[in-house]
Design a protein around this ligand. Structure first.
Ligand code: 5GP
Length: 158
C-alpha cells in the first residue's frame, strides 16, 4: 500500500485487483464500443415463440408425429374435430420468410400433412391452411400448416 492509502485507509488490506488477460480486455473494449449510448434504444433478446417452446419441450403439447425436420401436434383451440399443426423444427417466421433452399422442407411438411390426414382417418377430405402475416391472420410467428378435418368446412373463410 502506498503512503496515501495508508494515511486515509489505515485498516484497509491491500488486495491486488486481478487483471484481465489482454485478449479479454480487447473483447470487452470492443463490446463497449458497440453499446448504444444514452437515449438510444437497447436491443432486447428476442422471445422464443410458443412453438419453439413446444419444440424444446418447455411446454407440453399433444404430439402426433415428429421427425428430424418437423413436429405435429394438436391445436390447443381446435376449430374442427381434427385440428393439427405441422411445424418445421427450424425457426422460419412465416411463408414470407422462405427461400429456394426451403423447397425440400416445404415438400416434406406437405407430405407429413398427407400422412397424418390418413392416420386421422380423414378419407372424406380435409383443409390445409397456412396463415401468413397480419392480414393472413397469423398469430404465432413460426411457420405452421393447419390440418383441419372431421367436418364439412365452409368457404370462403372469414
Ligand atoms: P395462426 O393463427 O398463427 O395461424 O395459428 C396459431 C395456432 O396456434 C392457433 O390455432 C392457436 O390455437 C394455436 N396455439 C397457440 N398457442 C398454442 C399452444 O400453446 N399449444 C397449441 N397446441 N396450440 C397453440
Amino acid at each position: 500500500m502506498d503512503a496515501w492509502h495508508t494515511k486515509f485507509f489505515p485498516t484497509a488490506s491491500h488486495q491486488p485487483v486481478p487483471r484481465l488477460a489482454a485478449d479479454d480486455e480487447d473483447v470487452m473494449l470492443r463490446s463497449l464500443d458497440s453499446c448504444p449510448s444514452d437515449g438510444q434504444e437497447v436491443p432486447t433478446v428476442s422471445e422464443k415463440t410458443i412453438f419453439k417452446k413446444i419444440i424444446d419441450r418447455e411446454i407440453p403439447a399433444d404430439v402426433v408425429y415428429q421427425d428430424d425436420l418437423c413436429l405435429a401436434f394438436r391445436d390447443v383451440s381446435p376449430q374442427a374435430p381434427t385440428h393439427i399443426l405441422v411445424i418445421p423444427k427450424r425457426e422460419i417466421a412465416s411463408l414470407q420468410h422462405i427461400g429456394p433452399d426451403d423447397q425440400g422442407l416445404l415438400g416434406h411438411l406437405v407430405l407429413i400433412v398427407h400422412k397424418i390426414a390418413a392416420q386421422e382417418g380423414l378419407q372424406n377430405g380435409y383443409r390445409v391452411v397456412i396463415n401468413c402475416g397480419a392480414d393472413g391472420g397469423q398469430t404465432v410467428d413460426h411457420l405452421h400448416l393447419h390440418l383441419l378435418g372431421g367436418r364439412s368446412l365452409a368457404w370462403p373463410p372469414g
